[in-house]
Design a binder for this molecule. Structure first.
Ligand code: G6P
Ligand code: MG
Length: 220
């Protein structure tokens, strides 16, 4: 079977914005008396802004104390801090091997998709200078369910006009691997501690065309 597309997560696969999300959430959480650490932040990877806030409030034992307008204000304060911090991103912020892989996929005429639930994804791709290397980016604004729901990956397949079973999905979060597997796509996980990935790599620099191609052949 021919590989029809490769679909990428953004945060933690294309560039490492997880710590910027963390710094922004930590500041907002601290202002309302909740202390979060990196370990807790790992549970927010792949989770939408609103749902991340709900989990932080739950973690702080004060979910019931905030009305929806107050939550909206907190989420938008977090986003303001996060967006300010994005100004430090440049082409140097692309994780190792990713630019080379995108170029190779283009050369081989294999379509590429983006499946990130971040509403800031288009801005980030532009800042990294690689927006034009994606055939289709799923619109996070039209998604109603965060990962591990497969919705964003299915939206990417839809936009590319490919079937999930003929694609490889690449993720760094457990929720993302679960989303990829749930739609029948072949999953590659980056980083330690991920379960049920079809292939697990320790770093993005291992994401070469020979590696993807061997994984695809083996999966047939
Ligand atoms: C990605 C990140 C999450 C983040 C989500 C929404 O999935 O892994 O940590 O909460 O995007 O990002 P946004 O930029 O829309 O707040
Ligand atoms: Mg990620």
């Amino acid at each position: 079977m021919k590989l029809e597309a490769v679909i990428f997560d953004l945060d933690g696969v294309i560039t490492d914005t997880a710590h910027l999300h963390f710094q922004a959430w930590r500041q907002v959480a601290c202002e309302i008396g909740i202390e979060i650490d990196e370990t807790f932040n790992n549970t927010l990877k792949g989770i939408s802004r609103g749902e991340s806030l709900r989990r932080i409030l739950h973690f702080g034992g004060c979910e019931a104390a905030f009305t929806q307008p107050q939550r909206d204000a907190l989420a938008s304060r977090k986003n303001g801090i996060y967006v300010d911090s994005l100004s430090q991103l440049t082409a140097q912020s692309i994780l190792p091997g990713i630019h080379e892989l995108l170029l190779e996929l283009r050369e081989r005429q294999i379509p590429t998709g983006l499946a990130s639930v971040s509403l800031n994804a288009p801005t980030i791709l532009n800042m990294l200078g690689i927006a034009e290397l994606f055939t289709f980016c799923a619109d996070a604004g039209r998604i109603t369910h965060s990962k591990p729901d497969p919705e964003i990956f299915l939206a990417a397949c839809d936009g590319l006009g490919v079937s999930a079973q003929r694609c490889i999905g690449i993720e760094d979060a457990q929720a993302g691997i679960d989303a990829i597997n749930a739609c029948g796509m072949h999953s590659i996980g980056i980083g330690a501690g991920l379960q049920h990935a079809g292939l697990r790599l320790t770093s993005t620099d291992q994401l070469t065309w020979p590696c993807l191609s061997a994984f695809w052949q083996h999966a047939q």
